[in-house]
Design a protein around this ligand. Sequence first.
Ligand code: OGA
Ligand code: MN
Length: 226
Amino acid sequence: MSRVITESIATTSMISPENSELFESITSDLSEKGYSVNQNALPQHLSLQLLDQLHVMSRKEFDTAGIGRQQDHTVDNSVRTDEICWIDGSSEAGEKWLAWSSELREYLNSQLFLGLFSFESHFAHYGPGDFYKRHLDAFKGESARLLSLVVYLNPDWETEDKGELVLYRDVHDSTGIKVSPTFGTVVAFLSEDFPHEVLPAKRDRYSIAGWYRLNNSIGNRIDPPR
Ligand code: OGA
Ligand code: MN
């Protein structure tokens, strides 16, 4: 019986076969616990293309990461020391990544009725010793960021290389769940509910961090930019 129901839902949302297992697991994890960790999960051709893109990008394309939006934007290297590069569709890899994240958005909307509207994301480079202290990606009522998505692009990453993402289940949790940033790992979590941090690594560490937003119109402008 449940099999029949699953199949009928699957046919109503457009999803490519290579994504179905991952998208289903993100969906059930989010509805059960609000976060999802999936190792070796991003389609390999996409991870490899994103890695190639990182290799052709020069250091100049990365900017020191800041905190906050527009006027409130500040660079504070006691909080984070990584450098970032926002992803637009100008490279083939960027375009494929945006298409993939949009397929995930549509799937989540069809299954969980989240009303996710737009997506913004950046490459991040953490050099050895770089960190991002415990933080929330969104504060209730202040931002339209609903869901955070992080993928890792570090081939041959070993546990001793450190650089874990630590996800805390709530404000009181001081232990957290440690995620090693291995190639192709996909993490999703509700932005307002999970404080998290990036621990220093021994090697260069690359990730993409992205946020799905609700439609947040300000002064007649639909979903204004950051
Ligand atoms: C962020 C972030 C996590 C990571 O950029 O907000 O939390 O593991 N990144 O790179
Ligand atoms: Mn974050």
